[in-house]
Design a protein around this ligand. Structure first.
Ligand code: ATP
Length: 134
């Protein structure tokens, strides 16, 4: 069976490495599905889930934006933060979500608003991705 090597790397080091039959990511331009043999490309990623299909199982990894690099035999994701679903601390994400929602209600300056919006996206993404833990 054809496979592609997947690695997810953050400033704290590698978070995930495996072979997969398919990798799906949330690019800024929309969902992308990558199969082995895909042409080389680079794309910016949104806050979202990376889905890694291995046989009958799909592993979910939360990423907080970054870059995708595809070569025919390898998919590399560079992310500021990434967590495999089983490693997500849900109470922490719930707290982060609450804090971000409070900040958004206070309607401070534009910079704080943008920052709170992004924090909210990261927290909601983590909570969603955790739901896919085996
Ligand atoms: P928080 O306010 O809870 O720190 P955050 O979105 O600001 O959330 P990040 O700056 O994205 O956090 O991440 C900082 C580090 O903490 C990263 O290494 C990230 O993987 C980890 N991390 C953040 N939230 C969680 C979580 N809910 N579960 C597991 N790891 C997390």
């Amino acid at each position: 069976m054809k496979v592609v090597e997947v690695s997810i790397v953050t400033p704290n080091g590698p978070v995930y490495t495996s072979e997969a039959e398919m990798v799906s990511v949330k690019a800024k331009s929309g969902e992308l599905g990558i199969l082995p043999g895909h042409i080389a490309m680079v794309a910016p990623l949104a806050v979202g889930a990376v889905r890694i299909k291995k046989g009958s199982y799909t592993e979910y990894v939360a990423i907080s934006g970054g870059f995708l690099e595809v070569r025919p035999d390898k998919v590399t994701i560079l992310a500021q933060a990434a967590e495999v679903s089983a490693n997500i601390d849900v109470p922490r994400a719930e707290e982060a979500k609450k804090r971000a929602e409070q900040r958004l209600q206070q309607r401070q300056d534009h910079v704080d608003f943008k920052r709170a919006e992004l924090a909210l996206k990261r927290a909601v993404n983590r909570i969603d991705v955790f739901k896919h833990t085996r």
